[in-house]
Ligand binder design. Sequence first.
Ligand SMILES: NC(=O)c1ccc[n+]([C@@H]2O[C@H](COP(=O)([O-])OP(=O)(O)OC[C@H]3O[C@@H](n4cnc5c(N)ncnc54)[C@H](OP(=O)(O)O)[C@@H]3O)[C@@H](O)[C@H]2O)c1
Length: 329
Amino acid sequence: MGCLTDCLCCPLLFWPSIIGLAAYFLRKYMQGGQFTKQTDETGKVFIVTGANTGIGKETVLEIAKRGGTVYMACRDMNRCEKARKDIIQETNNQNIFSRELDLSSLESIRKFAAGFKKEQDKLHVLVNNAGVMHCPKTLTKDGFEMQLGVNHMGHFLLTHLLLDVLKKSAPSRIVNVSSLAHSHGSINTGDLNSEKSYSRIGAYSQSKLANVLFTRELAKRLEGTGVTTNSLHPGAVDTELSRNWKFLKHPLAQLLVKPLQWVLFKTPRNGAQTTLYAALDPALKEVSGLYFSDCKPKDVSAAAQDDKTGKFLWAESEKWTGVNAAKQD
Ligand SMILES: NC(=O)c1ccc[n+]([C@@H]2O[C@H](COP(=O)([O-])OP(=O)(O)OC[C@H]3O[C@@H](n4cnc5c(N)ncnc54)[C@H](OP(=O)(O)O)[C@@H]3O)[C@@H](O)[C@H]2O)c1
């Protein structure tokens, strides 16, 4: 006992122990809300976009454990197939499929939706998860600014192409993975495609605000159909999302940032909890148009409650993606 007290009183051990303990408890706290309800997803069909890594992969893994049939919709088929095999090996659920979907191409989105409908006549949950963040100015194949194009426009079209099958499968859900970044964003009505000026951060925030506005407007349009839609913030999660921050790849930056990330960021598994809550919680069967964080409802920014901007974005999104034409297909 005396020896232990001596050791702890030694400044060389005392402070590192205190800092270590504080870091451990802070990390535990930062992992956030958990979706702990047991559900059986056997017989239900899911689509998760951007499912080969990060939050998307963990979402598929948990649904697979609960018996669901999952379509992993990814742009890189090698990475998708590898993730699919990992998930099948861990869960022994053979009903996990990888299919090609590049959200930066309207043609690819149409091809994916048509292919899915040939294979399945049911869809119970669509998880619009894929995302790009803070990339240098680039355009999608159809000329849309990449972050708005992939994060919002691509998912807007995908959702519309799958609405008929979602309605047929009701009760069904659409889950849009947004971000707290929506609260710093605004919809640039005069320059939606960032042609006059481009900011990596501004374009990401705009796209994530678009996710929330889309969810709210869609919820109104889906009233009475049995299809619900909600959006969410997964938390700050240690994934590949920051891949465009090149300075983070420098060994010195890694040395500084990695310990901070370990303490302050959620693991991908914990980052998937709010998505799982929105997708699976039986208590949310009739809840629509909300925004969640840490497995509970949370208020959105004033800009995200602006119905006029929501309608403007909807009309523009229809024009850009040709959604009305799609309805006549
Ligand atoms: N991580 C966070 O702290 C955080 C915070 C708030 C919100 N979010 C949101 O959470 C979602 C998931 O992100 P994450 O953190 O899991 O990031 P991630 O690890 O980078 O995963 C993103 C996924 O999106 C896919 N993707 C990117 N562009 C695509 C395209 N054109 N077509 C199809 N798929 C595409 C990626 O595919 P590749 O692997 O082939 O690139 C990857 O599978 C995103 O919507 C993000 O905005 C994340």
